[in-house]
Design a protein around this ligand. Sequence first.
Ligand SMILES: Cc1cc2nc3c(=O)[nH]c(=O)nc-3n(C[C@H](O)[C@H](O)[C@H](O)COP(=O)(O)O)c2cc1C
Length: 215
Amino acid sequence: MDFLNLLQKRYATKCYDESKVVPAEVVDKIMECARLTPTAVNAQPYHFYVCSGESKKKLYDGVLEFNQPRFASASHAIVIASKKRMDEEHLERVLAQEESDGRLPNAEIKEAQDKSRRHFCGIHVAANDFVDWTGCQAYIALGTILYAAASYGVDTTTLEGVDFAKVDEILGLDARNETCQVVVLLGYAAADDFNALEKAPKSRLAFDDLNTFLK
Ligand SMILES: Cc1cc2nc3c(=O)[nH]c(=O)nc-3n(C[C@H](O)[C@H](O)[C@H](O)COP(=O)(O)O)c2cc1C
C-alpha cells in the first residue's frame, strides 16, 4: 500500500476485539521494524517491552482509568522505555555491534565513532536533558511501530495516558537505568469501535496551515 494511503487509513483505535490476538510472527516483524529505527548518533538509547498475557495484566494498574478498557481488550502492550542516564555498557554494546556489522573498518574510525557518540550524548548530560533526548529517540521508534503495524493490518493506540512512575515500578525499570516514555497497544479494532474512520473522520490542520515553503 502507498504510504500516504496507509496514513490516511490508520487511526487510533479505542475499542479492540479482545478475541483477536496478533500472531507472534507479526509482532516480531513490527519489532524488527522498530529495531531499524534511526536514532541520533545511532545511540538506540531505548528498550522495548512487548507485553502479552500475564505481563500485560500486571501493567493494567499503571494505565490511567480512561485508557483501561482499550488496554484490557488489546492483544499486546509495548512499553517503550529510554535511558535515564549515560550508560557505559550500552555505549560499548552499540560500538561492538557497529564493528561486527562492518561499519568500523579500522581502529581509527572506531575511536572517532565512539568519541563522536560520547560527545553528543555528553551535550545532553551537560544540558541536563539526557532523558528528554533519549525520549525523543523513543518517539521516533513509536512512529515506526505505528506505521509498521498499520502496514501489517494491525491496529494501534498510543498511550501517554499512563502513570509513568507506576509502569517503571511494575517493570523494575529504574534498576535498568530506564524509564517508560510511552506505551503502544496492538490488536484488531472491534467492529463497533467508536473511533473508526467512518464514525470519526480523520482531522488535521490544512496542508497550508502546516507548511511554509521557503525559497
Ligand atoms: C503521543 C500520543 C499520545 C496519545 N495518547 C493517547 C492516550 O493516552 N489515549 C488514547 O486513547 N489515545 C491517545 N493518543 C491518540 C491520539 O488522540 C490520536 O492519535 C490523535 O487524536 C490523532 O488521531 P488518529 O491517530 O486517529 O489519526 C495519543 C497519540 C499520540 C501520538
